[in-house]
Design a binder for this molecule. Structure first.
Ligand code: ASP
Length: 312
């Protein structure tokens, strides 16, 4: 039987880290990562392996994100693979995953994974997560589901996935909707199907910033930012997307000077919109020209704004 081709792209993260005497640092290359793939997967697949980088995900730049997006789209188109598997640090995994989900067209799945323990620590779960990710990429039912994050036996849709815990193998969740599927004893089970949005993109606009509202917080930071005349600002607001009333004049100024302002909810299970008539609530924000982020988290609203502004 012909082997299924899968593109594997490694980018770094704890899944590829070991303590080399001064704390965990990138150490494992793609060959070491893939050496432990179970025999049934080695039999069934032909892996097209490529080391994109070996970075902690907190070191990723917007340029790195853009190059990775291009590499993924190119490999899916050029290599006639069934899908792509990407290893990545968990810290910013949800942002990269959402960018790929939003901008890599087509039916072939992109499956991302990582690990929360280093390769030299007891409990290292990288080999298992990687094997699960390859299983998901091979599964016929994965087609059309966009980009997914596979960790701890769960499949999370990029649109909803969030790193909700700083430590431990169960760091990822899809708040409000739960995992899209699970991998149990090497079998992939699906629970629901995601409605995917795909945008065309020419480049990513890097000059997009994220700030979070907190009770009674003066508008100092927001004003300093607006004075820089950035292309875009995302605000993580209270509840359904509200800000302190004292922020409204800076928001108005931003919109008037041509800075796009997007307001998301700072709640992990959040959707913007309300019925309030007071200053700084949704109606006031929209009347000022700010845009509400609907159900996107602040970091994902920023990714979408970078895509939208990059199109011009
Ligand atoms: N330091 C890691 C990173 O690159 C964290 C991880 O991968 O779990 O994001």
């Amino acid at each position: 039987m012909a082997k299924a081709k899968i593109a594997v792209i490694t980018t770094g993260g704890t899944i590829a880290m070991r303590d080399e005497g001064r704390g965990g640092v990138p150490a494992l290359g793609p060959d070491e990562l893939l050496a432990h793939l179970p025999p049934d997967l080695q039999e069934a697949t032909q892996l097209q392996v490529e080391a994109f980088s070996n970075l902690p995900s907190s070191h990723f730049t917007v340029a790195n994100l853009w190059q990775l997006r291009k590499a993924v789209q190119d490999r899916l188109e050029r290599l006639a693979v069934r899908g792509a598997v990407i290893t990545h640090g968990t810290d910013t995994l949800e942002e990269t995953a959402y960018l790929l989900d939003l901008t890599v067209p087509g039916e072939r799945p992109v499956v991302m994974t990582g690990a929360m323990y280093r390769a030299d620590e007891p409990g290292y779960e990288g080999f298992r997560n990687l094997a699960d990710a390859v299983r998901v990429a091979l599964d016929p039912e994965a087609r059309g589901r966009g980009t997914m994050i596979v960790m701890n036996g769960e499949i999370h849709a990029a649109r909803y996935a969030m790193k909700v815990k700083s430590h431990g193998p169960d760091a990822f969740a899809s708040p409000g909707c739960g995992p899209m599927g699970r991998i149990v004893d090497g079998k992939v089970h699906w629970h629901w199907r995601v409605e995917r949005e795909v945008l065309s993109v020419r480049e990513l606009e890097p000059d997009v910033h994220l700030i979070k509202a907190a009770v009674g917080m003066p508008d100092t930071l927001l004003r300093l930012l607006v004075q820089q005349r950035p292309r875009g600002i995302v605000i993580e607001g209270f509840g359904g997307g509200r800000v302190p009333p004292g922020w409204m004049s800076a928001i108005r100024e931003a919109v008037q000077q041509g800075t796009a302002v997007v307001v998301a909810s700072r709640c992990p299970i959040g959707y913007t919109g309300d019925e309030y008539g007071y200053a700084g609530a949704c109606r006031d924000l929209e009347a000022t020209g700010a845009v509400l982020a609907a159900g996107l988290s602040g970091v994902k609203a920023r990714i979408k704004l970078m895509v939208a502004l990059g199109k011009r």
